[in-house]
Design a protein around this ligand. Structure first.
Ligand code: HMG
Length: 390
C-alpha cells in the first residue's frame, strides 16, 4: 500500500476580498461570490514565490526521520522562478533533506503535482522503505482588469508519499488523457497567463466526461462506489459544472451525497483562489478537514486532475483507518484567520511589483506584510536568497 502519509498547504498572509474587487471594477459582487463562487483571493507579496511557498507547505509535516528517508523531491509548478534551476533544489536545501536525494521540477500546467504524485508512487514501489516529497506551488496571474482576474490565487501543497500511508492509500488504476489545445497557456516572455476562458471551461468539462466514462468502463466503478470526488478547482463553480451533467442519471441519494461532499471540498479554494498545481489537493484537504462524519476509513475518494494545454487524469484512493488523526485542521484554520485584508491600492501596487530589475536586484519593499516562516529575503547578482524566521 502506497499513498499520502502526510499533507499540508500554505497560502500567503495577504488577500483581497472579492466584494472589494468587484465594487472597484464596477461589477455586481454576486457575479464573483455566486456566479464564480469565490470570496477571497490570495495575493502574494514579492517575498513569497514558488520556492518559499513550497517550503512553507512542507516544513510542518516533516520530522527528523523523514529528512533522512526522502529520496525524491518533486515540485510541480507552472510559475517556476528559473528556466533552469529547479524550485525543488532550493527547497531541498531549505528543508535540510539529506544530500543523496534527487530534486526535480515538473511542468504541465495545473497537472504537474499529479504527475509528481504518480512518479512518487512508482518510485516508492521500486524503492521500498523510502519516501518521496511532492509539492505543488504556484501563483496564478491573469492581469488587472481582465476577466480572469477574479480567478487568480496563490499557494502550495506538500504531500509525503510512503508505504503504509496514514491518510489515503492510492489504488493503481487511473485514466489519463492528453490533447494539445490552447485553452490556457503562458509564453516564456509573459508574466501573465493567456486564456480562452469559455473554451477552457468546455475543455475541462469534456476532459472530465471522457475520462470518467473511460475509467468507469475499465474498472466497472460507478458514482455509487465513491464517497466523494475532489476536483482541480480554478474556481469553485468549475467542478460542479463538470459533475452535475454526469450525475443526472443517478439516484437522488447518490446525487446528494456526492454534491454534499463536493461542497465541503470547495471551502479552502473559495477563500484562496486558484493555486494551479496544488488546487486538487487543496480540495482534498478541505473535504477531510471538514469533519464530515459521513467519511470513514475504507471509503473511496475519486480525484480529478486537469492541467490546461491539456492533460487530465482521474485516479482514486481509499481512506486509511485513523486518517482523521493525521490532519492539520487547526493549523489551516489559524493560517487562514491570520491574513491581512489588502486595500485595492495595496493589491494593485503588490501586483505590479513582481519582476526583478535587469541588473538582477529587487527592493522587496512589501516584506512588511509577510510573516511566513520561509521568505525570499534578497535578490542580488541574479541570485535569489531565502531566509527562515527564527
Ligand atoms: P466571465 O466571462 O467573466 O464570466 O468569465 P461569465 O460571464 O461566464 O460569468 C460567470 C458566471 O457568473 C456565469 O455562471 C454567469 O451566469 C454568472 P455560469 O453560467 O458559468 O453558471 N453571473 C452571475 N451570477 C450571479 N449574479 C450576477 C452574475 N453575473 C454573471 N450578477 C471565466 C469567467 C471563468 C471564464 C474567467 O474568469 C476566466 O477566463 N478565468 C480563467 C480561466 C479558467 O479558470 N478556466 C477554468 C477551466 S481551465 C483550468 O481549470 C486550468 C487552469 O487552472 C490553468 C492550468 O491548468 O494551469 C485555469
Amino acid at each position: 500500500m502506497i499513498g499520502i502519509d502526510k499533507i499540508n498547504f500554505f497560502t500567503p498572509s495577504t488577500y483581497i476580498d472579492l466584494v472589494t474587487l468587484a465594487k472597484h471594477r464596477g461589477i455586481d459582487p454576486d457575479k464573483f461570490t455566486i456566479g464564480i463562487g469565490q470570496t477571497k483571493m490570495a495575493v502574494p507579496t514579492i517575498t513569497q514565490d514558488t520556492v518559499s511557498m513550497g517550503a512553507n507547505a512542507a516544513f510542518p509535516i516533516l520530522d527528523k526521520e523523514d529528512l533522512t528517508t526522502i529520496d525524491l523531491i518533486v515540485v510541480g509548478t507552472e510559475t517556476g522562478i528559473d528556466e533552469s534551476k529547479s524550485a525543488a533544489s532550493f527547497i531541498h536545501q531549505l528543508l535540510n533533506i539529506h544530500p543523496f536525494a534527487k530534486a526535480v521540477e515538473i511542468k504541465q500546467a495545473c497537472y504537474g503535482a499529479t504527475a509528481g504524485l504518480m512518479m512518487a508512487q512508482d518510485f516508492i514501489k521500486a524503492h521500498p522503505g523510502r519516501k518521496a516529497l511532492v509539492i505543488g506551488s504556484d501563483i496564478s496571474r491573469y492581469g488587472l482588469n481582465t476577466s480572469g482576474e477574479v480567478t487568480q490565487g496563490a499557494g502550495a501543497i506538500a504531500m509525503l508519499v510512503s508505504e503504509n500511508p496514514r491518510i489515503l492509500a492510492l489504488e493503481d488504476t487511473s485514466v489519463a488523457m492528453t490533447e494539445s489545445i490552447f485553452d490556457f497557456w503562458r509564453p516564456n516572455y509573459s508574466d501573465t497567463a493567456i486564456v480562452d476562458g469559455k473554451f477552457s471551461n468546455e475543455a475541462y468539462i469534456n476532459f472530465f466526461k471522457t475520462i470518467w466514462e473511460e475509467f468507469s468502463k475499465r474498472t466497472n466503478l460507478t458514482f455509487e462506489d465513491f464517497k466523494a470526488i475532489c476536483f482541480h478547482l480554478p474556481y469553485t463553480k468549475m467542478g460542479k459544472k463538470a459533475l452535475l451533467p454526469l450525475l443526472e442519471n443517478e439516484s437522488e441519494e447518490i446525487q446528494e451525497l456526492i454534491m454534499h461532499h463536493y461542497n465541503l471540498s470547495t471551502t479552502y479554494t473559495r477563500d484562496i483562489g486558484n493555486i494551479y498545481t496544488g488546487s486538487l489537493y487543496l480540495s482534498l484537504m478541505s473535504l477531510l478537514d471538514s469533519d464530515a462524519h459521513s467519511l470513514q476509513s475504507g471509503d473511496l475518494i475519486g480525484l480529478f486532475s486537469y492541467g490546461s494545454g491539456a492533460v487530465g487524469e482521474f485516479f482514486y484512493g481509499r481512506l486509511v483507518e485513523g486518517f482523521e488523526n493525521h490532519l492539520l485542521k487547526e493549523e489551516h484554520e489559524t493560517l487562514l484567520n491570520n491574513r491581512y485584508d489588502l486595500s485595492m491600492d495595496e493589491y494593485e501596487a503588490i501586483f505590479n511589483k513582481v519582476l526583478p530589475k535587469e541588473d538582477g536586484t529587487h527592493p522587496l519593499s512589501e516584506a512588511k506584510f509577510d510573516n511566513s516562516l520561509f521568505y525570499l529575503s534578497s535578490i542580488t547578482d541574479h541570485k535569489r536568497q531565502y531566509s527562515k524566521r527564527q
